[in-house]
Design a protein around this ligand. Structure first.
Ligand code: BJW
Ligand code: ZN
Length: 251
């Protein structure tokens, strides 16, 4: 069912839930000024290349300069961004429910900055790098980067962001925790994702199969709309605070 607003019935569902999982995508950070990958009818294109071409290990190997220019640009945008009302509402829910798991496809760290502690980063973090040559992995918050591509302080190899690129596997341990949280929740929210990138896109279906009530929040319909119990058409920063009175923003 498609709703244009948060109804009393939905607030009631929310009040009665005890184990909640929230799957988020780029749309949850859109109101923080972070561009989405797709959405708005358009495909993600940067310098004429779709994201499916840039965010690949092949691109990192073949053209690390272009690859890192894209990541350097994103680190600048995301480095300036602040968590928004949607991130804050989700963080406040941790105090409300027996169990709350945030399963995010985002690499921006904004859920954690809003105060969420139980966050599963399916696609890694923009603020970690690793060196495929010697295996070193470290936090790296430098903006701007001192050199492009950035090099490993231990061996001089070309670093890569510790994110999951196309064709790479989502880390097994993180994904199995996401599957467990999804299969055992009674309320599953899908917020701000086009829900076309696998394996994340399989989680709403799994939630439904395990009888969770599935609520989608997105200004546009997605493949999840077909299986969701309710799709609320709207922006995350406006809709999420309305689901629960204490979630900042009220009413
Ligand atoms: C708002 C809003 C507001 C706007 N409020 N909402 C099965 C079928 C078909 C294909 C595959 C399949 N299995 C695997 C594949 C291939 C591929 C894939 O899924 N491709 C699809 C494009 C079809 N998947 C993979 O390659 C994955 N790996 C894999 O499967 O490995 C298999 C393997 C196993 C064992 C060994 C080896 C391999 C990995 C996928 C990794 C995705 N990586 C990226 C980049 C991460 C790093 C980075 O950020 O740089 O992740 S791609 C990009 O897409 C990023 C995102 O996390 C991801 C999802 O995008 P998201 O979050 O949904 O954003 P958008 O932009 O698409 O949507 C935004 C939404 O917000 C829109 O709906 C708007 O309407 C909405 N919105 N304003 C609320 N204010
Ligand atoms: Zn190294």
């Amino acid at each position: 069912m498609i709703y244009e607003r948060v109804t009393e019935e939905l607030k009631e569902r929310f009040r009665e839930a005890w184990a909640v999982a929230v799957l988020t995508g780029a749309g949850v950070s859109a109101e923080s000024g972070v561009p989405t990958f797709r959405g708005g009818g358009g495909a993600a294109v940067w310098r004429g290349m779709p994201v499916e071409k840039i965010a690949t290990p092949e691109m990192w190997r073949a053209d690390p300069v272009t690859f890192w220019q894209w990541y350097a640009y994103r680190r600048e945008v995301i480095g300036r961004a602040e968590p928004n009302a949607a991130h804050r509402a989700i963080a406040a829910w941790e105090r409300r429910f027996e169990r709350l798991t945030v399963i995010t496809q985002n690499v921006d760290g904004l859920h954690q900055r809003a105060g969420s502690r139980n966050v599963l980063e399916l696609h890694g973090s923009l603020w970690r790098v690793r060196c495929p040559q010697c295996g070193v992995k470290m936090e790296d918050r430098r903006v701007p980067l001192p050199e492009i591509p950035p090099r490993c302080p231990s061996c001089g190899g070309i670093l890569r962001p510790d994110v999951v690129l196309f064709g790479e596997a989502v880390p097994e341990a993180v994904f199995s925790q996401a599957v467990a949280a999804t299969a055992t929740c009674d309320l599953f929210l899908v917020v701000g994702t086009s829900a076309i990138v696998y394996p994340a896109a399989a989680l709403p279906v799994l939630a439904k199969q395990n009888r969770a009530f599935v609520i989608e929040v997105n200004p546009e319909t997605t493949p999840v709309t077909e299986i969701a119990d309710v799709t609320i058409l709207g922006r995350a920063g406006e809709v999420l605070p309305r689901l629960s009175p204490e979630g900042n923003g009220g009413g």
